[in-house]
Design a protein around this ligand. Sequence first.
Ligand code: PAF
Length: 287
Amino acid sequence: MTTVLRTRAELAATLAPLPGSLAVVMTMGALHSGHEALLRTAREQADFVLATIFVNPLQFGPNEDFDRYPRTLDADLEVCRAAGVQYVFAPSREELYPDGEPMVRVDPGSLGEELEGASRPGFFDGVLTVVLKLLNLLRPDVAVFGEKDYQQLTLIRRMVRDLELDVEIVGVPTVREPDGLALSSRNRYLSAEERLSALRLSAALRAGATAAGAGRGADGALAAAYRAFGEGTTGAKLDYLVLTDPQLGPAPVTGPARMLAAAWVGGTRLIDNLPVELAPAARTTEE
Ligand code: PAF
C-alpha cells in the first residue's frame, strides 16, 4: 500500500516512528521507467521507500516550462504502488515554501554556472535548495538520483560532502529506449519527427565513447561525437558537447571520463551523458 502524505505534520507523524531505514527518491512526477529504476534501487537500499513528487518552481527560469511541465499525479501514484513504494510526499507549493520563495538558498559554486547552469541561470541553486530542504524534512539514510542528470548528481554529492550531510547518495545509470533515447519526462513534448532528431544526442555520445575506447584521445572522441550528431543535418541544435573527468573537471588523457551533451529539439531542451573510457593511444605501424 502507498500512503500519500501532503503536509509536514503528516510527514513527521509518519517518519518519526518508522521502524527501519529509509531511502528516498526525489522527483517532479511524470514518472517513467527511469524513475522505476530509481525506485527499485531504493527498495534494495532500505526497509522503507518514500518518493517525493513536487514540481519545484525555484529551478525553472522565467521562460521555461514550469506551467506546462506534465503533472500526472494519479498515474504517478500507480507507478509508486506497482514499485512497492510505501510513502509518497506530494506537498503543495505553499506547504513546502510557507514563506514564499526562500530568501536563503544553496549556492552551487562555480560548477553550478557551467554546462546546464550556463544555459539555465539559477537552476542549480533551485535544485540544491529543494534537495537540501527535502533531506532535512525526510532525514533519509539513502537518497537515490539518476545519472541522466549527471551534473545535478555531481553537485548533490558535493553538497553532501561540503555541508557534512548525513545521507548516502546512490546514483543509478540512465534508462534508455531500445533505440538509445534517454528516458526523460520532457520526451513527451516531442513530435514523431522531433523524436528522430533527438536520437542524434545519444548517437553522438555513443560515437564519442567508441572513439575514446579505440584510443583516439579526447579530441578524437569529441570530433567523432560532433560528426555523429551531424549539426545542420537534423532538427536538433547542440547547446554543448563536452568531455570531462567523472567529477566534471578537465578530461584526463586516459582513464575514466564522462561525455555530456545538451541539445534543443524544436522547443524542447534535452540532456544526456555517458561514461567514457579514454584508452591509451593506439600504436600505428610507423611507430
Ligand atoms: O531531478 C529532478 O527531478 C529534480 O531536479 C529534483 C531532484 C526532484 C529536484 O526538484
